[in-house]
Design a protein around this ligand. Structure first.
Ligand code: 13P
Length: 256
């Protein structure tokens, strides 16, 4: 059975003090009733991961992920960090292929493929992001773009690997813009991805993979998105920086 998941991507936001305060706020607001069966993941800046993992040692609800890793295990790559380093901090997952990394850092599907291997080889889950730009959406060929990202990013993996890979559909035109894909637009893409997973792997694997929606998901629109059959949860940017908003989105997932 696939999991319902709400993950917060903090991006390059929060000072250390703000980050620790946000974690404290979430520790208070995320009760058993709010969380239920929902998997909750936060993705703070890498600098704070160690302290945040420590502060959550006794918290049963919040898993911790990184926003990126390098393609190599170690070496002369000044300013970078690797999957083995992240694994040594006892985190749970790594976001890979976020559209901001694709756009600003030239990350290709092939690089994402290597990074997903790095995550899995180090016993970390991968949250693999895919999604089309506004031009690609307007051209009508958005599904081709998304399925190419799936095909190339997931090349070489077998069905068992999908136990540790979460997919996140994030239309680039909806990220940080206040514009959200309608529940119907998002459902269409999620169903298309699941159909592709059925062909590429098998029906059981396709049913078991969690596919999250990201792009201006907020307390006000989360419930209608999560009500759709193939939308298993959300990857939340801006609204995950506010404990009350993030909590409300988790609650919407738990109750939908
Ligand atoms: P926003 O929720 O701020 O649109 O960001 C979505 C996102 O990019 C999550 O990874």
């Amino acid at each position: 059975m696939r999991r319902r998941i709400v993950a917060g991507n903090w991006k390059m936001n929060t000072t250390y003090t703000e980050a620790m305060a946000l974690v404290d706020g979430l520790k208070e607001s995320l009760t058993e009733e709010v969380v239920g069966e929902t998997g909750v993941i936060i993705t703070p800046p890498a600098l704070y991961l160690s302290d945040i993992v420590e502060s959550l040692v006794e918290n049963p609800y919040i898993a911790v992920a990184a926003q990126n890793c390098h393609e190599k295990e170690s070496g002369a790559y000044t300013g970078e960090w690797s999957a083995p380093m992240l694994a040594s901090l006892d985190i749970d997952a790594i976001i890979i292929g976020h559209s901001e990394r694709r756009e600003y850092f030239g990350e290709t599907n092939e690089a994402c493929n290597t990074k997903i291997s790095q995550a899995l080889n180090n016993e970390l889950a991968a949250i693999y992001c895919i999604g089309e730009t506004l031009e690609e959406r307007k051209s009508g060929a958005y599904m081709d773009v998304i399925l190419k990202q799936c095909e190339e990013g997931l090349a070489g993996f077998i069905a068992d690997d999908m136990d540790n890979i979460i997919l996140a559909y994030e239309p680039v035109w909806a990220i940080g813009t206040g514009e959200t894909a309608s529940p119907e637009q998002a459902q269409e893409v999620h169903a298309g991805i699941r159909a592709w997973l059925t062909e590429r792997f098998d029906a059981e694997t396709a049913q078991d993979v969690s596919i999250l929606y990201g792009g201006s998901c907020k307390p006000g629109n989360a419930a209608e998105l999560f009500a759709k059959a193939d939308i298993d949860g959300g990857l939340i940017g801006g609204a995950s920086l506010n404990a009350a908003d993030f909590t409300a989105i988790i609650e919407a997932r738990t109750k939908a």
